[in-house]
Design a protein around this ligand. Structure first.
Ligand SMILES: [Cu+2]
Length: 124
């Protein structure tokens, strides 16, 4: 009998913990969509890899069709403006923030949609 009660207690604890951690996760992360000029698989890899190293960013995914990067972040650690600045530093325009280095892969794509699947370093 006692054993059953202990099991129930642990089950309730576990359930409570799961609910708590899920709600904390939801409260701790926000999403922001940022328009970039990144357009190729090469850009995507570079941008997502760069954002992965930024403190407060938990996840990012660039959509190559509309050039919008969806960034999941911790609002206690960073802000959309800081994320835009980080994207500009990596080498891409982010909404109104221009990339800090113009000579980038992104300046070679942009015009042609066909660049999408190939790398930007490829000569036209
Ligand atoms: Cu590119």
């Amino acid at each position: 009998m006692r054993k059953v009660n202990v099991l129930k207690y642990f089950a309730a604890m576990l359930f409570g913990f799961v609910v708590l951690s899920l709600s904390m996760q939801a409260a701790d992360s926000k999403m922001v969509n940022i328009k970039t000029n990144a357009c190729s698989a090469e850009c995507k890899a570079k941008l997502e890899k760069g954002l992965k190293d930024v403190d407060g960013i938990t996840q990012s995914n660039l959509n190559l069709d509309d050039h919008v990067v969806a960034v999941q972040y911790d609002p206690a650690k960073t802000t959309p403006d800081q994320i835009r600045a980080s994207i500009a530093k990596i080498g891409y325009n982010a909404d109104d923030v221009k990339a800090s280095k113009a000579d980038d892969c992104s300046s070679k794509c942009g015009s042609k949609k066909s660049v999408k699947s190939s790398g930007c370093s490829k000569k036209k």
